[in-house]
Design a protein around this ligand. Structure first.
Ligand code: NAD
Length: 357
């Protein structure tokens, strides 16, 4: 490779639009197992960088880099806002989880995590199963969220945090967190959404449910006496609260004008398509619970659980998500900001204080 090529390649990484203040970006490959991965450590001011490992068949390595950089930064903010003494990181493996992924590949990934000596702690994310994480854990101690390291599946804690966040949102908008006879539209009835629907049903809410997977809808209709709706119309349902628990970017220029609920509070990651969509919700008088604040129960369980521990500490900290959201809503209103902007500000303040200390 000549000097010119070297310059262009370095420039492509350091000038990347998502490069920001990332501390470490490690490119990993192992020809024997086919592993191609990027481990991005965004910020370790508050502690080692915790964030999941995603296996995804990215079209090009550049897309994987963009995803790793964005997701790792998101973890810094999520962990800071949740009050965890952890920084933010994320790993992406470029592979089709259904065709290419093998135990040998995941073990190889584990060996590379081990080389980072604990700067990065990995966990499960999209495309990774508990068995994959067990393979990773055979090669490194820097893993969380397995049965051996704690409480296993984080979804019930994510759901509990979302339920507490919905109550905090209701207190702010309706003056009470009594959900009896409030109508709630839950979009996505997977690991988290179904459990949120269960909490809401027990709290006396009337449920409108939707999912692209018909059996999940049938089960929720039966178990929670819910009404089914088309997933594409879930945001526009005649409801008091909209709870997105499917995929991201569901709040956008097309959907926001159609929302009838006064509150949007759900588990899905990256709900706002753009930051302008946060402003659009505010202008319409719709309270939005920032996704990375309300869905932090899972990372709290991964971060705080220890082998053989009960779940008391995790439950308390997860229930505190309601208090955090109340703080965000009140300060945002006072400062004329959107809740998303305020959540970012609180996370940045915590990081700035830690840098001075
Ligand atoms: P999941 O895959 O178990 O469930 C997602 C559900 O959404 C599935 O039932 C799927 O059929 C449904 N779905 C997909 N597209 C849809 C659409 N267009 N309309 C309606 N339903 C649709 O995932 P999960 O673990 O329940 O996570 C749900 C969301 O919460 C995701 O955005 C995830 O990133 C986020 N999240 C999850 C956790 C966790 O602990 N699992 C933590 C933080 C954030």
């Amino acid at each position: 490779m000549n000097a010119l090529h070297t310059t262009i390649r370095h420039s492509a990484v350091f000038d990347h639009p998502e490069m920001g203040t990332h501390e470490d970006i490690v490119f990993v490959q192992d020809h024997t197992t086919g592993l191609k991965a990027i481990i991005a450590v965004h910020d370790t001011t508050l502690g080692p960088a915790l964030g999941g490992c995603r296996v995804w068949p990215y079209d090009k390595p550049a897309d994987a880099l963009t995803d790793a950089l964005r997701l790792s930064k998101g973890m810094t903010y999520k962990n800071a806002l949740a009050g965890l003494d952890l920084g933010g990181g994320k790993a992406v493996i470029i592979a089709d989880p259904r065709k290419d992924k093998t135990s040998a590949m995941m073990e190889s990934f584990g060996r590379h995590v081990e080389r980072l000596s604990g700067t990065y702690i990995t966990a499960e994310d999209v495309g990774v199963s508990p068995d994959d994480m067990e393979a990773v854990a055979r090669q490194t101690a820097h893993v969380r969220g397995t049965q051996a390291t704690g409480l296993g599946d984080p979804s019930p804690y994510t759901a509990l945090g979302v339920f507490e966040g919905i109550k905090a949102s209701a207190r702010h908008v309706f003056g009470s967190d009594d959900l009896t006879n409030k109508t709630v539209s839950v979009q996505g009835l997977g690991h988290v959404g179904y459990d949120v629907a269960r909490h809401l049903h027990h709290a006396g809410a009337k449920l409108i449910v939707s999912d692209i997977h018909a059996p999940a809808v049938a089960a929720a209709v039966e178990a929670f006496n819910a009404t089914a709706t088309d997933p594409l119309a879930a945001h526009a349902a005649e409801a008091d609260i909209f709870v997105p628990c499917a995929l991201g970017a569901g709040l956008n220029a097309r959907t926001i004008p159609e929302i009838k609920s006064r509150i949007v509070a759900g588990a899905a990651n990256n709900q706002l398509e753009t930051t302008a969509d946060g402003e659009a919700l505010k202008e319409r008088g719709i309270l939005y619970a920032p996704d990375y604040a309300i869905n932090a129960g899972g990372v709290i369980s991964i971060a705080l659980a220890t082998p053989g521990c009960g779940d008391n500490v995790v439950r308390h900290k997860t229930i505190d998500i309601g208090k955090t959201l109340t703080r965000i809503f009140e300060r945002a209103e006072k400062d004329g900001k959107t809740p998303e902007q305020l959540a970012d500000q609180i996370a940045e303040e915590r990081l700035a204080e830690a840098r001075i200390a």
